[in-house]
Design a protein around this ligand. Structure first.
Ligand code: FES
Ligand SMILES: [Fe+2]
Length: 546
C-alpha cells in the first residue's frame, strides 16, 4: 500500500441491503501528526472502489471529521456491484479497495517534492530514474543529410550525435575534452569526429584516438575518453541509454514490433518541464474541453489526425462524443509497464464508451489515435525547462502514409529544432471569433497546439504547491506515487519499483492496449479486450497478435 508507514486505515462497516454504510477511520502516526495540518488535505466527496472489472458506485452522502489524531470518514452509498452482496466484506479488506488514494492524492505538493519530481539533470532524483531507461535522443530523419552530425541536449547534458563512416551511431560529449571547443562543428572524418581546434579525433565510443599536434609517439590520447552513451535506432527514433551498467532490453511494444513501413516518427519542442507535458497525456478528462470542436468535421478527412475519426464502430464523430459526454469516469490500474487508464463515458442507450490509454514508465504514454493507428509518445527532458515530445504512430492496418503525415506536421513546425510555428510569442494563433464558433481554444484545429498551450502556459516549471487536483486527476496522482517509489528504489540500489526493470521479462511486455470501444454497460471490459484482439487479428502487414 503506497501510503503505508504514515497512515493507518481501518474500515468499520455496517449495512443492510440495499443501502451500504461505511466508516473509514484513519489513524495518523506520530511523524505525520507532527506535520499534520488539516488544511493540507482534502477528502474525496465520494468514494468508488473496484478493479476495472468490478466497479462499484458509491452514491449518496459522505462526511468527514478531522480530529487531532484521527480522520473519520463516513460514506453512505447504494450497492450497485455486479458482485454478490455477500462478497462485499471480502472486497473491503482486499487491495481492490484503495482508500489511500483518497488521501495521498490530495496531499498538497511541497516545493521540495516538486523539485524531486521535475528536475532531471545529472545527480537529480527523477533524473536518476530517467537514466535507468532508454530515452529518445533524435529522429533518424535528422541524420539524413550529407553531414550526419547533430547537437543533442538530453536530460540537461550537451552531446553530439553522429553516424560514422561504418554507418554506426555515436553519442558523445559536445565539449572537446582538450579545451572545450564545440564538437558539433567537428570534421566528420576517419570514422569519427575531429575537433577543428587542434585536431583531436574521437571515435563513436568517445575514445580519443589521435592528437596530431602532440609530440610524435605520444600516448596521451589513450587516457582521454569523452563522455559517450549507447544508442539504438528503432523505427525512426534514435534512443540513448544514459544510465549505469548495461542498458535494459526494449519491451515488445507495438511501435517496436511493427515493421518500419507501419510506423511513422516525429517530434516537437515544448517550452516547459517534461512532467507537465507528460501529465496532459494521462489526463483523459481534458479531451472533452481542450480539444472540443464545436462543429464536426467529416471523419473521412481524418487521416493522420487525433480525435477526428468516428467513435469505435459507430457513425458518431469522436468530437461529438467527447463534447456530449464531458464527465468521464476514470480509473487506473498498475501494469507491468506503468499504468492503464480507463475512461468510461456512459452513453444514453445503456452503452459505455471505453477509452484505454496508458502511462509507460517513466516518461511515455500510449494512446489511440484512430481505429487504424495508436500513438506512443515520449516526453523527454532537454533540460528542466524544455522538452521534446517524440511520437511513434503505429498502424494496425495499411502501411503509414509517411509523406502525408510528415507534410501535415512540417507545416506546423520549423527545422532544425522542430519548434512549433504557433507558440507563446504569437499567442498560439489565438482567434476570438474562432473560439466563439469553432474550437474551444480558438487556437486552430491542430490538437498539438492546444496541448502545447495547456502545458506551456502554467510556466516553465509549474509551481505545484498551488495546484488542486480533482478526481479526474487520479492517473496523475498515481504516476507521481510511482515516480516517488522509483526514486526510493534507485536510492536504495534496487530495481524493485522500477517498472520493466524489476525482474519482468521485457520481451513479454506487449501492447499496451490503447483503444476506443463502445460496449454494453455491464460488459465494457470484455468489449475493449475483444476489440483489441480483433484489430490485432485483422492486421495484415505484421504479426500484431499477443
Ligand atoms: S579544443 Fe578540441 S582539440 Fe583542442
Ligand atoms: Fe490533449
Amino acid at each position: 500500500m503506497a501510503a503505508s508507514g504514515w497512515l493507518k486505515f481501518k474500515w468499520q462497516h455496517w449495512s443492510t441491503l440495499p443501502e451500504l454504510r461505511l466508516k473509514l477511520v484513519v489513524t495518523l502516526n506520530e511523524s505525520v501528526l507532527r506535520n499534520f495540518n488539516a488544511k493540507n488535505y482534502r477528502i474525496w466527496s465520494d468514494l468508488k472502489y473496484g478493479s476495472t472489472s468490478d466497479v462499484v458506485k458509491m452514491i449518496a452522502s459522505t462526511s468527514c471529521c478531522i480530529k487531532p489524531a484521527q480522520i473519520t470518514y463516513s460514506i453512505r452509498g447504494i450497492w450497485s456491484s455486479s458482485r454478490s452482496f455477500d462478497g462485499w466484506r471480502t472486497h473491503l479488506s482486499s487491495t481492490l479497495f484503495r482508500p489511500e488514494l483518497c488521501f495521498e492524492a490530495l496531499q498538497m505538493i511541497s516545493q521540495k517534492l516538486n523539485d524531486t519530481l521535475t528536475l532531471t539533470g545529472p545527480g537529480t532524483e527523477a533524473g536518476g530514474v530517467m537514466r535507468c531507461y532508454w530515452q529518445p535522443a533524435a529522429l533518424t530523419d535528422e541524420l539524413a543529410g550529407n553531414r550526419p552530425v547533430v547537437p543533442v541536449k538530453l536530460l540537461g547534458e550537451d552531446l553530439v550525435l553522429f553516424r560514422d563512416s561504418d554507418g554506426k551511431l555515436g553519442l558523445i560529449g559536445r565539449s572537446c575534452p582538450h579545451r572545450g571547443a564545440d564538437l558539433c562543428f567537428g570534421r566528420l572524418e576517419d570514422n569519427g569526429v575531429r575537433c577543428p581546434f587542434h585536431g583531436w579525433h574521437f571515435n563513436r565510443e568517445g575514445q580519443c584516438v589521435e592528437q596530431p599536434g602532440e609530440p610524435e609517439g605520444s600516448t596521451m590520447h589513450e587516457k582521454i575518453k569523452n563522455v559517450s552513451y549507447p544508442v539504438m535506432e528503432k523505427n525512426g527514433i534514435i534512443f540513448a541509454y544514459m544510465g549505469p551498467g548495461a542498458p535494459p532490453e526494449f519491451p515488445n511494444f507495438d511501435c517496436f514490433r511493427a515493421p518500419e513501413t507501419h510506423v511513422f516518427a516525429f517530434k516537437g519542442l515544448w517550452e516547459c518541464n517534461w512532467l507537465q507535458a507528460m501529465e496532459v497525456g494521462i489526463d483523459p478528462a481534458h479531451a472533452s474541453f481542450l480539444h472540443r470542436f464545436l462543429q464536426d468535421e467529416n471523419p473521412e478527412d481524418s487521416y493522420g489526425k487525433q480525435f477526428r475519426d468516428k467513435a469505435a464502430d459507430t457513425d458518431i464523430p469522436m468530437t461529438k462524443l467527447l463534447r456530449d459526454y464531458p464527465r468521464p469516469d476514470i480509473s487506473v490500474e498498475q501494469m507491468d509497464y506503468g499504468v492503464r487508464i480507463v475512461a468510461l463515458r456512459h452513453l444514453d442507450n445503456e452503452k459505455t464508451h471505453v477509452r484505454i490509454t496508458n502511462q509507460i514508465f517513466p516518461a511515455a504514454i500510449s494512446i489511440p489515435m484512430s481505429r487504424e493507428m495508436i500513438i506512443t509518445q515520449w516526453h523527454v527532458p532537454v533540460d528542466d525547462e524544455t522538452c521534446y515530445w517524440y511520437s511513434m504512430f503505429t498502424s494496425f492496418d495499411k502501411p503509414v502514409d509517411k509523406a502525408l503525415m510528415r507534410e501535415q506536421r512540417l507545416k506546423e513546425h520549423t527545422l532544425p529544432d522542430y519548434a512549433p510555428i504557433k507558440n507563446k510569442r504569437n499567442n498560439y494563433g489565438f482567434n476570438a471569433e474562432e473560439q466563439a464558433c469553432e474550437t474551444y481554444t480558438g487556437m486552430g484545429l491542430d490538437i498539438n497546439v492546444h496541448d502545447q498551450w495547456a502545458v506551456e502556459s502554467p510556466g516553465r516549471i509549474f509551481d505545484r504547491t498551488k495546484e488542486h487536483l480533482g478526481k479526474t486527476d487520479v492517473a496523475i496522482a498515481k504516476y507521481r506515487r510511482m515516480m516517488r517509489a522509483a526514486i526510493a528504489s534507485v536510492k536504495a540500489g534496487t530495481t524493485e519499483d522500477l517498472p520493466m526493470l524489476n525482474g519482468v521479462n521485457a520481451a513479454q511486455v506487449f501492447g499496451p492496449i490503447s483503444n476506443d470501444t463502445i460496449g454494453d454497460n455491464a460488459t465494457w471490459q470484455q468489449a475493449f479486450e475483444k476489440s483489441d484482439q480483433e484489430r490485432r487479428a485483422a492486421c495484415k502487414g505484421w504479426d500484431a497478435t499477443i
